[in-house]
Ligand binder design. Structure first.
Ligand SMILES: Nc1ncnc2c1ncn2[C@@H]1O[C@H](COP(=O)(O)OP(=O)(O)OP(=O)(O)O)[C@@H](O)[C@H]1O
Length: 231
């Protein structure tokens, strides 16, 4: 097994609603390896998105530790957490979250520009990544001028253009028909192979999950199964 990229230890999260406490995650511990594709499955409300928000440093747990590349991520200042997110993490959501007034190229160039890349270079890299995801013929199209599958490919190109160590994908094929979803999923696997990027993918599709390296199941905030799908 390859080196560990991210390590979570005893992560718990609850929400307070008046006098009621809802325990959403309880003592979640995991190791994610470099280049690994990990599926998170579980019924609706089991805590999958909450865990993804914590892994993406978009939300804080009540307690626990999250380590990556020598940093204890939960102790970073907001500014350092934002810098870590932009440099090391990519995000793909069920709905593309692209900026509607910008072209495919401009959307994909955005994380590069935020990271300080020179505009011409950012445009060139964005176009190269769009070619790589099969959209070399759609560079100037805005999201409204693209199909659902194409929009998701742009979102994936945007997520990986910075060559992050880890991409967090929350139901990346949930809004697509089976054939388009399979093709988008194939793209994620291809990028995993070629870039050695790790992926954590939340999905309700168990058949899709079974094609990843490992599946963890959340049940009422508890991690109840941790299976290796590779021999
Ligand atoms: N901001 C919040 N305040 C209060 N409760 C919340 C909040 N966010 C999530 N929850 C609750 O936490 C639980 C887990 O939610 P979460 O979105 O993580 O589940 P999920 O497994 O991703 O569900 P789904 O598959 O339906 O997207 C749910 O019971 C939800 O109502």
């Amino acid at each position: 097994m390859t080196e560990v990229l991210m390590q979570g230890r005893q992560i718990s999260k609850s929400y307070q609603d008046g006098k009621n406490t809802t325990q959403v995650l309880q003592d979640i511990s995991f190791d994610l390896h470099i280049g690994e594709m990990l599926a998170i499955v579980g019924s609706s409300g089991s805590g999958k998105s909450t865990l993804m928000h914590i892994l993406g440093l978009l939300d804080s747990p009540d307690c626990g530790e999250l380590h990556c590349r020598g940093d204890n991520l939960l102790q970073l200042s907001q500014a350092k957490a934002a810098a870590f997110r932009n440099e090391h993490l990519g995000f793909v959501y069920q709905f593309h979250h692209l900026l509607n007034e910008f072209s495919a190229t401009e959307n994909v160039a955005m994380p590069l520009l935020i990271g300080g890349c020179q505009p011409q270079r950012a445009k060139q890299k964005a176009n190269e990544m769009l070619e790589r995801v099969g959209l070399g013929h759609r560079l100037k199209h805005r999201p409204a001028e693209l199909s659902g599958g194409e929009r998701q490919r742009v979102a994936i190109a945007r997520a990986v253009v910075n060559e992050p160590a880890l991409v967090l994908a929350d139901e990346p094929t949930g809004n697509l028909d089976q054939t388009t979803g399979d093709s988008v999923f194939g793209l994620l696997k291809e990028l995993n192979q070629s870039l050695q990027t790790s992926f954590v993918i939340v999905t309700h599709d168990l058949q899709l999950a079974s094609q990843l390296d490992r599946t963890v199941t959340l049940n009422n905030g508890l991690l109840v199964a941790n299976e290796s799908m590779t021999p």
